[in-house]
Design a protein around this ligand. Structure first.
Ligand code: SAH
Ligand code: SF4
Length: 343
């Protein structure tokens, strides 16, 4: 029978279990992880330090796929956007952001997204499927190869909602972090969620120092419901409680993401609600003037509004900054990643 499971769909625990079943010692797991993610092996045959019998047993049990770059665009600011295609033809977008010694990858955790946020290009196409851990790690591998530079930081801020694909995302982060994987420091690995509370609670208990960002966009229930219909069932008050608990349990400070939409969440009332949300909560607010997505009817606030909003937050004692925008000329900025490349 032909194998149907790809070895890169497995977490480390999954590989360990498979190797235990094959009667293999633990150190072989590390060897195979190196082949998969450090050396980018395209077949089990290449894994020359594994016994031939093991290579055959693995090939009988698993497929081994390597995604391809189907399209690549380079921004005037050096940002590169990739259309990454997986073995079944499904594709996602990935962004590489160089800054001197640093190379940050914005990777996708799902093809598409089911959450339907009104301002987001990804949400408009619905969910195609979850990505596997290996499909997440391979996005970093492809970007590192294209830049000829190791990845220093990675953020799950591409397509998809990472906590709607929690186990695979955690397994992917662990391969990115592992010494026998990509060796990216845990603090340099961040997840952005639209606020799925079970995910936030679970993430608080993970042993690694991964970074958490939460998309709030409005601290007013009715406005948030309108902007983010997919998370309506989780109330703003409960989200705040979950973040207080997260900061206490993990000792880490979450980032609050806030895409400013003119006349919608940049008003005086909106500011007041955000200040109350942040009072007594260890957090940092990241303001992003919304990137216009055709058909949404949502627009950026007037020039200077973001700066005024930030200054007002700071005066109220809330730490805030404005995100530096990159890659907008190739539709690689926040919320602009869609299911298919144009043309
Ligand atoms: N699903 C996750 C992560 C991917 S989106 C989440 O929603 O958090 C990454 C960030 O881009 C989120 O903060 C999201 O709200 C924001 N974003 C989406 N569309 C945007 C747009 N049009 N302009 C600015 N930010 C946007
Ligand atoms: Fe999904 Fe995030 Fe886009 Fe919302 S903003 S639709 S959660 S990818």
């Amino acid at each position: 029978m032909e194998p149907t499971t790809d070895i890169k769909a497995l977490s480390r625990g999954g590989i360990e279990a498979a190797f235990a079943e094959l009667g293999q010692p633990g150190f072989r797991v590390s060897q195979v992880v190196r082949w998969l993610y450090q050396r980018g092996a395209g077949s089990f045959d290449e894994m020359t330090d594994l016994p031939a019998a093991l290579r055959e047993a693995l090939a009988a049990r698993f497929t081994l796929s390597v995604p391809e770059v189907a399209a690549r665009q380079v921004s005037s600011d050096g940002t590169r956007k990739y259309l990454v295609r997986f073995a079944d033809g499904v594709s996602v977008e990935t962004v590489g952001l160089p800054a001197g010694e640093r190379l940050t990858v914005c990777f996708s955790t799902q093809a598409g997204c089911a959450m339907g946020c009104s301002f987001c290009a990804t949400g408009r196409g619905g969910l195609v499927r979850n990505l596997t851990p290996g499909e997440m790690v391979d996005q970093l591998v492809l970007v590192a190869a294209d830049f000829g530079q190791r990845v220093s930081n990675a953020v799950a801020m591409g397509q998809g909602e990472p906590f709607a694909n929690y186990d695979a995302t955690l397994a992917g982060l662990r391969f990115m972090n592992a010494k026998d994987g990509l060796g990216v420091g845990a603090r340099h690995l961040a997840v952005s969620t639209c606020g799925l509370l079970p995910g936030i609670r679970a993430f608080a208990r993970e042993p690694e120092q991964f970074t958490l960002a939460v998309s709030l966009h409005s601290a007013r229930q009715a406005t948030r419901d309108r902007l983010m219909p997919g998370v309506r069932k989780y109330k703003v008050r409960e989200l705040r409680e979950a973040l207080v608990a997260y900061a206490e349990e993990s000792g880490r400070r979450p980032t609050i993401e806030y895409a400013l939409v003119g006349g919608v969440n940049d008003t005086g009332e909106a500011l007041g609600a955000l200040v109350r949300f942040c009072a007594g909560l260890l957090c940092h607010v990241n303001l992003i003037p919304v990137n216009p997505v055709a058909g949404t009817g949502l627009a950026r606030p007037a020039a200077d509004a973001a700066r005024r909003f930030r200054d007002a937050l700071m005066r109220a004692g809330v730490e805030a900054s404005i995100r530096v925008e990159r890659g907008a000329d190739i539709d690689a900025a926040c919320g602009q990643l869609r299911q298919r490349a144009k043309g």
